[in-house]
Design a protein around this ligand. Structure first.
Ligand code: SAH
Length: 344
C-alpha cells in the first residue's frame, strides 16, 4: 500500500503508465479529487472498473481521528491524531479578506526555544508529504472552510523536514492539485542556516526568519539554535539571497515583557538588520501556563520598539493574537500538553 498524497504528479503518472493505463488517467484522478472533491476511488466513474480496483488495492488515503475547537474570535484549532497514534495541530484563522491555515511540519520540535510550548514536548518525527498536505486537504475539502493563505508556523522546524516540505509545496502550488499561488505560502524558520539558500533556490514561496533575540547573548538563551548558527552566520547567509527574492523575507520577533521588548534589544535589532532590506513582524508573547514567568509586552513598550525600527526605515507589522483561549496562538501548539483541557 502507498500513501496517495505522498506521490508527486509525475511519480503518480509514472505509476499509472507502468500499470498499462494512458497517462491522462492520472489527470482524471486529480480532477476527481481537486475539482469535484471526490476522494473515493470507487466513485470515479469515468475510470475503467479494473483501474478503479487497482487504485483501491494500491493506495490509501489518510484516516485520522480529528478533534476541533472553536475560539470566541472564530479561529479554529484542529487536533489530528495520525495513523501511528502521534498527533499534531493546525489552526485556521479567518480575517476579513483572507483565511490562513497555520500548518505543522513535524511532530514536536527539537529546537527547544525557551518560550515555545511545542519545544517542551521534544522531537518525535518528521511528517510525511501526505501528513503535511492532509492538514490542508481536511480544512479545504472536509470542513469546506475557505482558505487563501498557508503559513508553516505550526509545530516543528520546517527546514529540518526539507524534502517532504518542498515536495508538499510542489503539490500545493500545482494548479491541477491545491493550486495556491507562491505568494500565498510562507515558511517560517528558526534559523536552520544550511537549508536557507537551498530552500530559496528550490521553491519561490516566502520565507520568514524567527529572530526574537537581537544579540548573540540573548538569542543563545531564547533560541538555542543560535549557539550553532549565530547571528553573524545567519546574516552572512541571508546576504547571499538574490536581490529579486529579498522582498519575500520577513523577520519575526517574539515580544516578551522586559526580556525581548526593551529599547536596547530594538537598537541591537536595527544594527543586525543594517544592510538588509527587512520587514519585521512583532509577535506579542502568547502567555501560557507552561512558562508562567513570561508575560505579554505592555502596549507602550511594543510601540516604542516599533518606533525605533520604523525610524530606522524598516516596515513593521504587529501580529494579532488569535485563538488564545483554545491554545491556538503562536507557540501554543502541542501534541499532548493541551490534551487535558481539550477533553474536559
Ligand atoms: N520553527 C519555526 C516555525 C514555528 S513557530 C520558527 O521558529 O520560525 C512560529 C512563530 O511563533 C515563531 O516566530 C516563534 O518564535 C513564535 N512563537 C513561539 N512561541 C510563541 C509564543 N508563546 N508567543 C508568541 N510567539 C511565539
Amino acid at each position: 500500500m502507498q500513501q496517495f498524497f505522498s506521490h508527486s504528479i509525475e511519480s503518480f503518472t509514472d505509476w499509472v503508465t507502468d500499470h498499462g493505463q494512458p497517462s491522462y488517467r492520472a489527470g482524471q484522478v486529480y480532477e476527481w479529487m481537486f475539482a469535484k472533491k471526490v476522494f473515493d476511488f470507487s466513485q470515479m466513474t469515468n475510470l475503467p472498473e479494473n483501474f478503479r480496483k487497482l487504485l483501491i488495492e494500491n493506495f490509501t488515503l489518510p484516516a485520522w481521528k480529528i478533534e476541533k475547537q472553536v475560539s470566541t474570535d472564530g479561529t479554529q484549532k484542529f487536533h489530528f491524531e495520525l495513523e501511528d497514534g502521534k498527533s499534531i495541530e493546525a489552526v485556521w484563522i479567518p480575517e476579513k479578506n483572507r483565511q490562513t491555515l497555520c500548518v505543522s511540519s513535524q511532530v514536536g520540535c527539537a529546537l527547544k526555544c525557551q518560550f515555545c510550548v511545542t519545544g517542551l514536548q521534544g522531537f518525535a518525527r518528521n511528517l510525511t508529504q501526505e501528513e503535511i498536505l492532509e492538514q490542508i486537504r481536511h480544512v479545504m475539502f472536509v470542513e469546506n472552510l475557505p482558505l487563501t493563505n498557508l503559513v508553516f508556523m505550526g509545530m516543528g522546524e520546517p527546514l529540518l523536514n526539507f524534502e517532504n516540505l518542498c515536495s508538499a509545496i510542489d503539490l500545493l502550488k500545482e494548479p491541477k492539485a491545491f493550486g495556491f499561488g507562491h505568494r500565498k505560502i510562507s515558511v517560517s524558520t528558526a534559523g536552520t542556516v544550511p537549508k536557507i539558500l537551498p530552500f530559496i533556490d528550490r521553491t519561490n514561496v516566502s520565507l520568514a526568519v524567527s529572530l526574537t533575540g537581537s544579540t548573540d547573548e540573548t538569542r543563545n538563551h531564547w533560541m538555542p539554535i543560535n549557539q550553532k548558527y549565530n547571528l553573524s552566520i545567519l546574516k552572512e547567509t541571508l546576504m547571499q539571497v538574490p536581490q529579486t527574492k529579498w522582498k519575500k523575507i520577513m523577520f519575526e520577533v517574539v515580544m516578551i515583557h522586559q526580556k525581548t521588548d526593551t529599547e536596547e534589544q530594538a537598537k541591537n535589532l536595527v544594527k543586525f538588520l543594517r544592510g538588509m532590506k527587512a520587514k519585521v513582524n512583532l509577535i506579542p508573547y502568547n502567555e501560557n501556563e507552561h512558562f508562567p514567568q513570561l508575560k505579554a509586552p505592555k502596549r507602550e513598550d511594543l510601540m516604542k520598539y516599533r518606533d525605533i525600527l520604523m525610524k530606522a526605515g524598516y516596515y513593521v507589522s504587529i501580529r494579532k493574537n488569535r485563538g488564545q483561549d483554545i491554545m491556538g496562538a503562536c507557540g501554543q501548539l502541542s501534541s499532548h500538553l493541551n490534551q487535558a483541557k481539550m477533553s474536559s
